[in-house]
Design a protein around this ligand. Structure first.
Ligand code: GLU
Length: 394
C-alpha cells in the first residue's frame, strides 16, 4: 500500500483557500516591517482605540486572577450581557441560555455550520460575500449556492431570487446586514418579503450576521430577521460581537443567539475546539455591552465622514466607481474599465500594493473586476491612499 506523503492535508482542508483578507493584511504588515510605506485598507477593523472602560475591565479581570477556564458557552455574566445587547441593540429578546460566547464571530459561524451541515447540503450565500462564508461551507462538505447581487440592486437579494434558489437540500441562507464587503443593508420591509418566502420553505435555517449593526449611516432602526419575522426566530441564528462596534478585534469575542438545540450543538463542538473564549476578553466584553454606548454616535459620524470622502475620491478617478454603502466600513470598487490592463483583479490588487496601498481583490468576495476598500482608517492616511490609487491608475 502506498503511504500518503508526510505533508498530506485532509480532503476537507484541501477544499478551502486561506482567508484572502487576512493574507493581504499579513502581507501589508510584512512589507511595513521591511521598511516599505504601505497604507493598509485591507483589513476590516476600526482604527479607534478600545474604549478605556473596556480596557479597565480587562486589567481588573487579570488582577483578580480571572484566568481560568470558564463554562464553554461563556460566563454567566457575559451571556446575560450579550442577551442585554441583543435586546437593546437589535430588539431581539432572548434568555441568556439561548446565547453562546465564541472566540470571535467567525467561530460562531464556523461552529454553527460545521455542527449542522452534511455532504450534499446546500448553503445560499448572497454574493459578493464575506470571504470566510463559502470556505467554511466547503470545509463542512456542503455546497455553496451563490445568489448574485448587483450595485444597482443595492447588493440585496430579491424574494423571487431566494425562492428560485431554495431546493430540497438547502440547509442555510446566510444573511449579512449591514454587509461585508458592500455595506448592503436590508430594511424591515426587505426582510419581511424574504420572510414570506422562508415561511414556505420550512427546512431552511437562516444565519443573520449582524456584526456591523451598530455601524449604519441611514436613518431608522437596524432590522433583523428574527425580530421582523418572530415566527421564524426558532430557525434563525443571529450573530453579533464587540469586534467592530467596540474596536475589540484582538479580544476575539463573538456572541450568537438562536434556538436551544443549535446553541447546544455549537457548544458541543466548541467543547472540543477552543473550549471557552478567553476569560479576560469575556470580562472586557461584559463592560463593552453593559457600559456606556454613547461613543458609538461619534464613531459612526466619523465613519460616515470617511465613507463620503472615500466614495467621492474613488468616483473622481477615471474608470473607478463605487456606490455609497449604507453601513459597515467597506466600499466595493468597480474597476472593470481597467481590467484589460491587469488580466485579473488579484494582479490589480498587487499593482496597488506596488503603489503602497493594500486592498483586497473583489474575487476574494465572490465578486469580480474590482477591489474592496476598508475605510476604517484615519482621514489623513485615507487621503494619501486615494492619491496613490489615482496615481496607480493614471
Ligand atoms: N472581517 C474582517 C474583514 O473582512 C476581518 C478579517 C477577516 O476575518 O476576514 O476584513
Amino acid at each position: 500500500m502506498t503511504m500518503p506523503p508526510i505533508d498530506h492535508v485532509s480532503a476537507a482542508l484541501a477544499r478551502i483557500a486561506p482567508s484572502r483578507t487576512t493574507a493581504m493584511t499579513d502581507r501589508a504588515i510584512a512589507l511595513r516591517a521591511a521598511g516599505h510605506d504601505i497604507i493598509s485598507l485591507s483589513v476590516g477593523e476600526p482604527d479607534f482605540p478600545t474604549p478605556d472602560h473596556v480596557k479597565a475591565a480587562a486589567k481588573a479581570a487579570l488582577d483578580a486572577d480571572d484566568t481560568r477556564y470558564t463554562a464553554v458557552a461563556g460566563t454567566e455574566a457575559l451571556r446575560a450581557a450579550a442577551a442585554l445587547h441583543f435586546g437593546r441593540d437589535l430588539g431581539l429578546v432572548v434568555p441568556p441560555s439561548q446565547v453562546i460566547v465564541t472566540a470571535g464571530g467567525k467561530q460562531a459561524i464556523f461552529h454553527a455550520l460545521a455542527a449542522t451541515l452534511d455532504a450534499g447540503d446546500e448553503v445560499l450565500i448572497p454574493a459578493p460575500w464575506w470571504v470566510s462564508y463559502p470556505e467554511i461551507v466547503r470545509y463542512a462538505g456542503a455546497e455553496v449556492v451563490a445568489l448574485p447581487t448587483t450595485a444597482a440592486g443595492g447588493y440585496r437579494i430579491t424574494p423571487a431570487q431566494l425562492d428560485a434558489a431554495i431546493g430540497p437540500r438547502t440547509r442555510w441562507l446566510l444573511l449579512n446586514s449591514p454587509g461585508n464587503p458592500t455595506g448592503a443593508t436590508y430594511g424591515a420591509a426587505d426582510l419581511a418579503a424574504l420572510g414570506d418566502v422562508l415561511r414556505r420553505h420550512r427546512h431552511v435555517l437562516v444565519m443573520s450576521d449582524d456584526i456591523y449593526a451598530p455601524l449604519r449611516y441611514v436613518p431608522g432602526d437596524h432590522a433583523t430577521l428574527a425580530v421582523v419575522c418572530p415566527d421564524l426566530a426558532p430557525r434563525v441564528l443571529t450573530v453579533s460581537g464587540v469586534s467592530k462596534s467596540h474596536a475589540m478585534t484582538g479580544f476575539r469575542i463573538g456572541v450568537a443567539a438562536g434556538p436551544d438545540w443549535l446553541i447546544r450543538a455549537m457548544g458541543k463542538l466548541q467543547s472540543h475546539t477552543s473550549g471557552n473564549a478567553c476569560s479576560i476578553s469575556q470580562a472586557a466584553a461584559v463592560a463593552a455591552f453593559t457600559g456606556p454606548q454613547d461613543f458609538l454616535r461619534d464613531w459612526c459620524n466619523r465613519f460616515r465622514t470617511r465613507r463620503d470622502r472615500v466614495v467621492a475620491g474613488i468616483n473622481a478617478i477615471s474608470g473607478l466607481s463605487t456606490p455609497v454603502p449604507d453601513g459597515a466600513f467597506y466600499c466595493m470598487v468597480d474597476a472593470t474599465a481597467h481590467m484589460a490592463r491587469f488580466g485579473d483583479d488579484e494582479a490589480l490588487a498587487l499593482h496597488l500594493l506596488d503603489h503602497g496601498v493594500a486592498v483586497v481583490a473583489a474575487s476574494a468576495f465572490g465578486g469580480r473586476g474590482g477591489f474592496r476598500i476598508s475605510f476604517a482608517t484615519d482621514e489623513d492616511r485615507m487621503d494619501r491612499a486615494i492619491t496613490r490609487i489615482a496615481e496607480a491608475f493614471g
